[in-house]
Structure formats: C-alpha cells, structure tokens
Design a protein around this ligand. Structure first.
Ligand code: PFF
Length: 459
C-alpha cells in the first residue's frame, strides 16, 4: 500500500488483478457482524419488514451512490482518504476533513465492534463445551448475561480479538487473510442457508417470516428512519473513506457502478439470509424480536439445538462468523494505521501497536458497558450504544452527505462522466446521468432530512 507522504500516487501502486478479486475484497469489508449481528437486531427492534424496506431504499438512494463516489475518487487519486480529498479538492477547501472524520469513525466503530467479535469468540468456546445448546430462553439468556456481565471476561476476549487483528496487520499478511476469508465465505453462506432451512421449518416459523417480509408501516418512527439509514452506511462500509482506499486499488477498466451494485446486493443477500435464520426462531422459541444486541446470541444456539449434529455446526458457525468479522476489522484498523504511517511516518509495527492500544483503551469503555460501567450513561446511552449510535447515525451520514456534495457539486458532471465511463470506454451514459441526479439532489436532501428528523432537530 505505497502512497508517498505527500499523497502523490506511487506509480507501482498495487491493483486488484481480476474482477472477482475486486468484488471479493470489497465484499470482505462490507460483509461482517453487520449482516449477522446488527442487521437482525436492528430489524427486530425497529418493526421488521417496514424497517427492511426503508433500509433497502437507503441502500439504493444513498449507500450505493456514496459507494460509487468513494470508489471513483479513490481510483482517481490513487491515495488514502485524506490525501485523496486534498488532491482532488480546490486549494484551501477543507474537504480532507471527511477523511479525518473517517479515522475517528473507524476508531469508535472498532471500540464496540471488537467487543461483539469478542462475544462471538467466546461463543466458539461455549459451543465447544456444549453449554449453550438449548431451546430454552432462560438457559440461552443466562449464558449471554453471564458473559457480558463479567468484566474480566469481556475485556479478556476483546483483547484477544484485538491481538489477533493487530497481529495480522503487523505481519502485513492481510492479503493472505483476505484469501482465506474469500474461500471460507461460501461455507458461511452454506451454513446460513442450512440454519435458515431449519428455522423456517420450525413450528410457528410463519410468524417470523411475516415479521421480516410483511410491512406494517405503523411501526416506523423518525428514529427508525435514521437507524435504517445509519445501517445502510455501516453495512456498505461507506461515509468514512474506507471505500476511497479500496478504490485506489481498482483498475482503470473496472466498471465501478456495476461493481458497487453487485457488492450491495450480495451484501443484502447475506443479511436477508441471517434474518431468515433468526426471525422464525424468535417466534418459534418465544424470544422477543426487540431483544437488542443479544438477539443473535440467543436465537442461533436454539436453532442449532433443534438440529441433528447441531453442536458441531454451531461451533463451525461461530468460527466462520468470527473470521467474517476479521475481514471487516482489518479494513477498519487499516484506516488509522495507514494515517499514522503515511502522515506521521511511523513504522508499520509502531503504527499498529499504537492503534491497537488506543482501540483497547476506548474499547474497554464499550466492553464494560454491561458490567462495571452498567450504570454510566452519556446522552442516555451506555458507551457501547453511544459509539454505535454516533458512528452509524452521525459520522457516517455526515461523511456520506459531504462526499455526495463534493463529487456532484464540486468535482462536477464532466469529470464524473469521464471517470465512470472509464474515459468513454463504457456505454453507461444513462446510468451516469441518473446517478449524477441522485448525488446532486436526492442523496443530500434525503440524508439531511433523515438526519435532522431522526435527531429531533426538525419534526
Ligand atoms: N460493513 C461492516 C459490517 O457490516 O460488518 C462494518 C464496517 C467495516 C463498517 C468497515 C465500516 C467500515 F469502514
């Protein structure tokens, strides 16, 4: 990942070799705990199918356009997020702040994301011991509560997760890990489908499917709109410059709009599979759909408990979920590490150690949110919820808003057309026109209204 400190592109900057490689790498950042843990729990807490519909609209009108914008800017400048904005923006305009806010966002996301990965890690061991294999909600709830209410274990598993991620980055073998992740993704998909099949054949499963697919718009709130939009940003890893870095490795002949659309729909498919695996089980076993962040950890063990050789499958499921989380975590940690390396000239090992220590420090606030710090609330939220809320519902939407405004209003139609048509080699004029209109008006207006309304600034 060689970018000179001045942000000038380095001529031998690596590029993804194949179309499939591009798709898999970009998907590696997008697919993670967001699909398997966050999507189901937010859908469950915000009214089910109606929330899902709003989420899909946000993905189409905000997520995909911003993703295309980030990839385009990154490919154009062949730099990290901050240097890209410095290079492409008119002199003296502080657009690089988008990249700086992205570094903060990456840091805060890692603070809670690493704790959820820690729970997944702990669940691998619990699954091996057979301690959670039960269809009885009192048993599964107690197992989860025991884990999160234990400050020592919460910290220990988080540090183990951070040590694993840090070690991978320190060794510089990210590419190798990406290769492993790519190969294991289909196995995770297969397992999700298997769990889904078991789940929809449970007695009472229909109620879960209608919860997920039959919209009841009376359940939608202004806060729900904001949360759905935040999820669209978080899911596609956009609004913070991660995709700018990915775009910088894209080849000049890559069809960016097509790639982004494929990534978004593949990502949605994984989320839906997770939803199909979880919601029928919610109703079949008597859980609450709005159980919150614990939802995955309660329902999935119950589905496996009602399956032949479920205990073995459950171990594999949590191992694969953990591996999926590593791909996303690497892409997150890489943001501050790259900044420390390129801007502050730290060596890669030093940059990694500082970043991981910083995340461990801030992350411990999230890790202890259900135990030692259970009584501490900021703006009415625990640190865990606060980091999640501030990043998805504030930092990423603001980042996305400014990226949309920058590419359409400042960079402009001519440059956008040249970039997205690969200098006229792709016959996608209509796609570009529609996209330009969306980025110019629809995305900024939608993000602004949903933000102001969701934050209760206007009602
Ligand atoms: N998209 C990842 C997920 O859904 O799990 C989370 C994520 C990764 C968000 C990278 C932002 C990011 F830059």
């Amino acid at each position: 990942m060689s970018v000179s400190s001045s942000g000038k592109p380095v001529s031998n900057r690596a590029k993804f070799a194949t179309n499939l490689g591009v798709l898999a790498a970009t998907l590696g950042s997008a697919v993670g705990l967001g699909n398997i843990w966050k999507f189901p729990y937010l859908t469950g807490s915000n009214g089910g199918a109606a929330f899902l519909l709003v989420y899909i609209v946000c993905m189409l009108l905000i997520g995909i356009p911003v993703m295309i914008s980030e990839l385009t800017l990154g490919r154009e400048a062949r730099s990290n997020a901050i240097a890209t904005m410095q290079k492409l923006a008119p002199a003296k305009q502080p657009w690089w702040l988008i990249g700086a806010a992205g570094v903060l966002a990456a840091f805060l996301i890692m603070a809670f994301y690493s704790e959820v990965a820690a729970w997944v890690f702990a669940y691998i061991l619990k699954a091996v011991q057979g301690a959670i294999l039960s269809t009885d909600p009192t048993v599964t709830k107690a197992a989860f509560n025991d884990l999160v209410a234990n400050p020592g274990l919460s910290l220990l598993w988080q540090w183990i997760d951070l040590a694993i991620v840090g070690f991978i980055i320190y060794l510089g073998v990210n590419k190798g890990i990406e290769g492993v992740t790519k190969k294991l993704m289909p196995v995770l998909l297969f397992l999700l489908i298997l769990v889904g099949i078991r789940s929809i054949t449970l007695p009472g499963a229909g109620q879960g499917l209608s919860f997920l697919f039959q919209p009841d718009f009376s359940k939608l709130t202004a806060a729900g709109f904001l949360i759905a939009m935040g999820l669209a940003f978080f899911k596609l890893s956009v609004g913070m410059g991660t995709m700018i870095t990915y775009g910088s490795y894209f080849r000049d002949d890559q069809d960016i709009p097509a790639t982004a659309t494929r990534v978004a729909f593949s990502d949605l498919a994984v989320s839906l599979l997770a939803g199909i695996a979880i919601f029928p089980a919610v109703f079949a076993f008597g859980y609450e759909p709005n159980a919150g962040p614990s939802l995955l950890f309660l329902t999935i063990p119950s589905v496996f408990a009602s399956m032949p050789v479920g205990s073995v499958f459950m171990v594999i499921f949590f191992i694969l979920t953990f591996i999926a989380s590593i791909g996303a975590q690497i892409s997150l940690v890489e943001v501050p590490v790259a900044l420390l390396e390129e801007k502050f000239h730290l060596s890669r090992p030093k940059a990694t150690i500082f970043t991981m220590l910083g995340i461990a420090l801030v992350g411990s606030l999230a890790a202890l949110s259900n135990s030692s710090l259970a009584g501490v609330h900021v703006f009415g939220m625990s640190f865990f919820d606060l980091f999640d809320y501030v990043t998805s519902n504030l930092l990423l939407p603001l980042g996305g808003l400014f990226i949309a405004i920058f590419i359409s209003w400042i960079w402009g139609y001519k440059k956008l057309t040249a970039a997205l048509s690969n200098n006229g080699r792709l016959a996608n004029q209509l796609v570009i026109k529609v996209l330009y209109g969306i980025l110019l008006v629809v995305t900024p207006v939608l993000v602004t209204i949903v933000l102001l309304n969701g934050l209760k600034i206007i009602q």
